[in-house]
Design a protein around this ligand. Structure first.
Ligand code: ADP
Ligand code: MG
Length: 486
């Protein structure tokens, strides 16, 4: 398959060549013709497989038809975080080098003035976080009646509790006749049902079951002590045991732990920066730029960095905490192993994390091995008569109630607590079994996902759609492994 066969315009094809892309990824091969045919699309593909170009390239092609009107944007792309919106803008500029499209990046945390000036001059494309977009709309600075294409990237996150009121308002501002494109690597069934309300006769473009982790990421679990200080020491041990780290993101569940871990690593002379939603935007951008430019090797971050960020040099992801929401795991580890590169993800697992780990295994259907074989010895019949270690089901820790503030007002609101968190407590204790590999039977992932959610959501019913299989064709760059080349 070539890009040319997909029906993109000459000018777009030129930009694709200039970007160095030789072959479309599966999501691009499948989604681009549908977008060009002006269909609504629900696109699901693993992290790092080129979803941005899957919606941007055909969008730019379509923009050649029709004429821009001053102050009347024809395209609106919504993103959950400011950093991601800025990255998509960069992507857009790259793919639209041969076009005279004017793009306005509308994100919070920075001054209104530049954005308003840009809007006054007339923008063809808006790339926005919901809060700032609504703010500007309310100030009468944007007309959205000319919007022909609405893209909701990271769609399941955008339809989550924190954002949904904003999204509903925005959708009412754009014409009913618009084309709507949803993309993500994860799509819980109950969110998909919600998404259907915004789509008209959509095509499902799904190259892998939702919540499939990137194939290029090698995942390991690390048995970790509960005490923070010991856990930080364990993290350093794991980091120091890896000699192939180019850059790494270390995720914590809570902002205060981001700060503590950042300080602790800095004290020990690691090259480290931090990123979370309570930081001012200038620091956020400065840190991220430093990380992109390899001035900082380790980025300690909250889930504000979990979605979408595409930094090629990230070789490793460390989950200092197992994420509470299993989808976040898929996105966090998806910050490495992008565009066919190899990646390594290590998750520190304390005894209190059993249930979250369980949810991740069910969601992804992956077999996760313990780093250094831990706790392998517990699994083998004990030769010297010592009792084998048993995993305990234990009470949960809870994440910060306050969410990362990011671009939008929505982000200040508490995020959906996956139905009421209380109901999510598994009534049945996790079976007291030993595990060497935290292993689950092979997919069907859809079924696992359903079961996973049933546990936590009484409203969750089986509406399971059978996922389409992996596309037949995989471009070479997504297949190649450099892991064994040293
Ligand atoms: P996703 O949104 O699926 O997580 P991105 O759109 O951020 O992935 O793309 C991941 C990386 O893959 C980016 O660095 C992008 O430049 C690169 N990429 C996208 N499409 C191709 C392609 N067809 N060939 C090579 N690289 C690509
Ligand atoms: Mg993306």
């Amino acid at each position: 398959m070539t890009f040319k066969e997909l029906g993109l315009s000459e000018k777009v094809l030129k930009a694709v060549t200039a970007a160095g892309y030789t072959e479309p990824t599966p999501i691009q091969a499948q989604a681009i013709p549908e977008v060009l045919a002006r269909r609504d699309v629900m696109g699901i593909a693993q992290t790092g497989t080129g979803k941005t170009a899957a919606f941007t390239l055909p969008m730019i092609s379509l923009s050649e038809k029709g004429r821009a009107r001053a102050r009347m944007p024809r395209t609106l792309i919504l993103e959950p975080t400011r950093e991601l919106a800025a990255q998509v803008e960069e992507n857009f500029e790259k793919y639209a080098v041969n076009h005279k499209l004017s793009v306005a990046l509308l994100i919070g945390g920075v001054s209104f003035e530049d954005q308003m000036r840009k809007l006054d001059r007339g923008a063809d494309v808006l790339i926005a976080t919901p809060g700032r977009l609504l703010d500007l709309f309310e100030r009468g600075r944007i007309l959205m009646t000319g919007v022909e294409i609405l893209v909701i990237d990271e769609a399941d996150r955008m339809l989550d509790m924190g954002f949904i009121p904003d999204i509903e308002r925005i959708v009412k501002m754009v014409p009913f006749t618009r084309q709507t494109l949803f993309f993500s690597a994860t799509m819980p069934p109950e969110i998909e049902r919600l998404a259907d309300q915004f789509l008209q006769n959509p095509v499902q473009v799904q190259v892998a079951a939702a919540a499939t982790t990137a194939k290029t990421v090698e995942q390991k679990l690390v048995k970790a002590p509960k005490k923070d200080q010991d856990k930080r020491a364990k993290l350093r041990d794991v980091i120091d045991s890896q000699d192939n780290i180019s850059n790494a993101i270390i995720f914590c569940n809570r902002k205060k732990d981001v700060a503590t871990l950042h300080r602790s690593l800095m004290k020990r002379n690691y090259s480290v920066g931090s990123l979370h939603g309570d930081m001012d935007q200038t620091s956020r951008m400065k840190t991220l730029a430093g990380f992109r430019d390899n001035e900082i090797k380790f980025l300690v971050a909250s889930d504000v960095a979990a979605r979408g960020l595409d930094i090629p040099d990230v070789s490793h992801v460390f989950n200092f905490d197992v994420p509470i929401h299993a989808e976040d795991y898929v996105h966090r580890i998806g910050r490495c192993g992008r565009a066919g590169r190899d990646g390594w993800a290590f998750s520190l697992v304390t005894p209190a994390d059993d249930r979250y780990l369980d949810a991740i295994l069910k969601l992804t259907g992956d077999d996760l091995e313990w780093f250094n074989g831990e706790p392998v010895e517990a699994d083998k019949p004990d030769t010297d008569g010592k009792p084998t270690r048993q995993r305990r089901a234990s009470s949960a820790k809870s994440a910060d109630k306050t969410e990362d503030k990011s671009a939008s007002q929505a982000e200040k609101k508490p995020r959906r607590t996956r139905s009421s968190r209380k109901h999510e407590e598994p009534q049945d204790a996790v079976p007291q079994v030993e595990k060497t590999t935290a292993k689950k039977a092979e997919k069907p992932a859809e079924e696992k996902r359903r079961n996973n959610r049933k546990r936590g959501r009484d409203e969750d019913q089986d509406n399971g759609k059978t996922p389409k299989g992996m596309g037949d064709h995989m471009p070479a760059f997504l297949m190649q492994s450099t892991r064994d080349k040293g």
